[in-house]
Design a protein around this ligand. Structure first.
Ligand SMILES: Nc1nc2c(c(=O)[nH]1)N[C@H]1C(S)=C(S)[C@@H](COP(=O)(O)OP(=O)(O)OC[C@H]3O[C@@H](n4cnc5c(=O)[nH]c(N)nc54)[C@H](O)[C@@H]3O)O[C@H]1N2
Ligand SMILES: Nc1nc2c(c(=O)[nH]1)N[C@H]1C(S)=C(S)[C@@H](COP(=O)(O)OP(=O)(O)OC[C@H]3O[C@@H](n4cnc5c(=O)[nH]c(N)nc54)[C@H](O)[C@@H]3O)O[C@H]1N2
Ligand code: SF4
Ligand SMILES: [Mo]
Length: 672
């Protein structure tokens, strides 16, 4: 008999799709998109089409494991949960007594986005007094740049795009990363809107647009400032909107824009001055221009400043006042659920040190006081996804580092663990999800029993709390009881009737407490182009980090439609659809280096050297090289992945990763 259960896609994707899971004899046999879910509308991305192959993959970890070989060798023997928990707690108790709890570092990110399972470790590590992890790998510079201008103003409704007459997908590869936003942009186009894409190479998203503008990596701030210069010079401003809603445009025009002529900025961004002029005029003359801003352009040393400069555009042309106009950077619905009831900041008795997840390599290899002596990794794969892979692996190789990894698969990171714990997939536990690409939220319960002896993140922290001898009743709650804590009070975002629907498993739409297009939640109540609280009071041109590095080619370590960060590599068919460790290069760059299509090459910089297969491609402009996907090391020809080329440097705002701010040289190589 087949039963259909509703669930939610748990991955780090803006859409948080509603799923319908067909279950037979306790096994998921197929998964499809929920036709009644307003974002999903019955279709899923290629990654999730066969989620059952991830859930029931022969590669799933099914018992706890203890290391018997060298670190990284992947040699383990099965042990019981009791033994695993006792070993971990005994080690931690001894570390705490001898060197203090800050020697223990948790590392987690977004393997699951569910509010309970994602945040399951916070209460435990707060009570333990462990070092805290600054979870800033994705795009905090985007939020920082937005906040400098817009304060706490919530995001506009992304579905308004359908009313726009000019849609700009800016630094977002929506065809791969946000397929429902792509579909909305295409609907706008069917309604007569023009669709532009601004990217650094010709992605599949560019193919779906009316026009694609390819610019130099990290130079969008220059483009936006030049557009502002032209809009000002030509008087294409909405003066009425500016005088009622904007603070500091006069200062911008007096102090910054004079040095941002199209001719000057053309040299920075690589578009011609004529094209910049046209972009600015057509943007300003559109009735309701809509920008959807991705994360790609934020992962640079100037990422926050770039977002700040681009976000001035809708303010000066008054796009905010028009249905369909504005800029969408992603929703932030933090106020919708009282997350502190799960994270329990009140369990902290001291303020332990903060370690940036972007600098794990340094945290594990450089002398610190106290030195990190134990790492607990859950729902993240830092050996693959964190910047500066060589430093991370050097750290993970340390014999004196006690590493525990809670995972669904034997990932690059799990291979270095002393103890591996098997994790449930999202179909095996309950959770409450909210989107970051729209205002949807949905809760779901387990659709199938755990595979093997797998346990959820929350269950493991309950066991660890018991193992530490804590009698705090909080740690004995179930995941369903924690979800109930998140739902019990209504908030301005969520009235009581919505909460009932959430309890029943329906997808519901949260409502921001203020109108995102009319109320500016800044100290002045205006859009603050001038923000005197920042060390940089005005948006201006900032260089990227890698400009100083001296390597001739910009490297873009981008995404593939067939994986999500380092997730989904367990599925053979999805792997087969990707080009493994391929480096795309423009013909002119290949010819000047004497390189041929299909040959083995090495890309190198100060961080490391990585082996690729060269693909000559006109999709990539001269001066830029691109590789897609974050491969597991077991599947690649060399022994380092793309993050051996990325650095631990941080963004200008938000302390984010600068994963795209990379330069390299590329040369021919022999494969062993
Ligand atoms: N299929 C798939 N989907 C995913 C993911 C995945 O790995 N695969 N990852 C998920 C996660 S965690 C995230 S954060 C989101 C990210 O999704 P997006 O917001 O789309 O971000 P990216 O794909 O990192 O980058 C978007 C585009 O920006 C371009 N870009 C890079 N630098 C610049 C620049 O300086 N200027 C401009 N204009 N463009 C630039 C890149 O070439 C890329 O095409 O996607 C999520 N969805
Ligand atoms: N070169 C390069 N590096 C990047 C990026 C890039 O575009 N290029 N993107 C960056 C971005 S935007 C992000 S957000 C990060 C993402 O980095 P991560 O959040 O580490 O993402 P994943 O690689 O998807 O790894 C998640 C792991 O969690 C495991 N998992 C899934 N569900 C559960 C669960 O319920 N419990 C437990 N214990 N484990 C679970 C999965 O098996 C998987 O191995 O990567 C960053 N790194
Ligand atoms: S990864 Fe994104 S698009 Fe794909 S099913 Fe999940 S939420 Fe939907
Ligand atoms: Mo991300």
């Amino acid at each position: 008999m087949t039963a259909i259960t509703r669930s939610v896609c748990p991955y780090d994707c803006p859409d948080a799709c509603g799923l319908l899971v067909s279950v037979e004899n306790g096994r998921a046999v197929s998964v499809c998109g929920d036709p009644d879910h307003p974002v999903t509308r019955g279709f899923l991305c290629p990654k999730m089409g066969h989620y059952e192959q991830t859930v029931h993959s022969p590669r799933r970890l099914t018992t706890p494991l203890r290391r018997i070989g060298n670190k990284g060798s992947g040699e383990f023997r099965p042990i019981s949960w009791d033994e695993a928990i006792s070993l971990i707690c005994a080690k931690w108790q001894s570390l705490i007594v001898n060197h203090g709890a800050e020697t223990i570092l948790p590392y987690s990110y977004a393997g699951t986005m569910g509010l309970v399972q994602r945040n399951a470790g916070h209460a435990f590590f707060n009570k333990l007094g462990a070092s805290r992890l600054e979870r800033t790998i994705c795009s905090p510079a985007k939020d920082a740049g937005w906040k400098m201008l817009m304060g706490d103003t919530p995001a506009m409704q992304p579905a308004e795009v359908e009313k726009s007459d000019l849609v700009i997908l800016w630094g977002i590869n929506a065809a791969a990363t946000s397929i429902h936003a792509m579909s909305d942009a295409q609907s706008a186009r069917k309604n007569g809107a023009r669709l532009w894409v601004i990217d650094t190479y010709r992605t599949p998203t560019c193919d779906a647009a009316d026009e694609a503008f390819l610019i130099r990596p990290g130079s969008d701030g220059a483009l936006a400032l030049a557009m502002l210069h032209i809009i000002d010079r030509e008087g294409l401003l909405d003066r009425e909107f500016i005088s009622a809603n904007v603070l500091g445009f006069e200062e911008l025009t007096a102090r910054i824009l004079p040095d941002c002529s199209p001719a000057q900025m053309a040299e920075v961004c690589g578009l011609s001055a004529d094209v910049i002029e046209r972009l600015a005029r057509e943007y300003a003359r559109a009735k309701a221009p809509f920008i959807r801003l991705g994360s790609g352009l934020t992962r640079y040393g100037n990422g926050a400043m770039t977002v700040r400069a681009i976000s001035c555009l809708p303010a000066v042309v008054g796009a905010w006042a028009k249905p369909g106009g504005g800029i969408f950077i992603g929703t932030s619905t933090g106020g919708a659920f009282p997350l502190q009831t799960v994270t329990r900041e009140d369990f902290m008795t001291t303020e332990p040190r903060l370690v940036s997840m972007n600098q794990l390599g340094a945290a594990l290899t450089e002398l610190a006081d106290p030195q990190v002596m134990s790492l607990y990794v859950y729902h993240s794969n830092p050996a693959a996804i964190a910047p500066d892979q060589n430093a991370v692996l050097r750290g993970l190789e340390r014999e004196d580092l006690f590493t525990v990894v809670h995972e669904r698969f034997l990932t690059d990171t799990a291979r270095y663990a002393d103890i591996v714990l098997p994790a449930t997939s999202s179909l095996e536990h309950s959770d409450l999800y909210r989107c970051y690409g729209s205002y949807q939220a949905q809760r779901c319960s387990a659709a199938i029993p755990p595979v093997g002896e797998a346990k959820s993140n929350w269950e493991v922290f309950s066991l660890l709390a018991a193992g530490m001898g804590w009698d705090e009743p909080f740690f004995r709650l179930t995941a369903d009881e924690l979800i109930e804590l998140l739902l019990v009070e209504s908030t301005p975002w969520r009235k009581a009737s919505l909460t009932e629907r959430l309890r029943q498993g329906d997808p519901v739409m949260l409502t921001p407490p203020t109108d995102p297009k009319q109320t500016w939640l800044t100290p002045s109540g205006k859009i603050e182009i001038l923000n005197g609280r920042e060390s940089e009071p005005l948006p201006r041109l900032l260089p990227t980090h890698a400009e100083q590095d001296g390597y001739p080619l910009r490297l873009q370590p981008g995404v593939t439609p067939f994986a999500l960060n380092s997730s989904f590599y367990e599925q053979d068919e999805l792997r087969a659809k990707q080009n493994c460790m391929e480096l795309m290069m423009n013909r002119s760059d290949a010819e000047s280096r004497g390189l041929a299509d299909g040959q083995t090459v090495e890309a190198c910089n100060d961080c490391g050297t990585v082996c690729f297969t060269l693909r000559i491609s006109e999709r990539v402009p001269a001066g830029t090289v691109v590789t897609e996907g974050i491969w597991w090391r077991e599947f690649i020809p060399g022994d380092r992945g793309v993050n051996a080329l990325t650095s631990q440097r941080l963004t200008d705002g938000g302390r984010g990763s600068t994963l795209y701010d990379v330069t390299v040289e590329v040369r021919g190589a022999q494969r062993d």
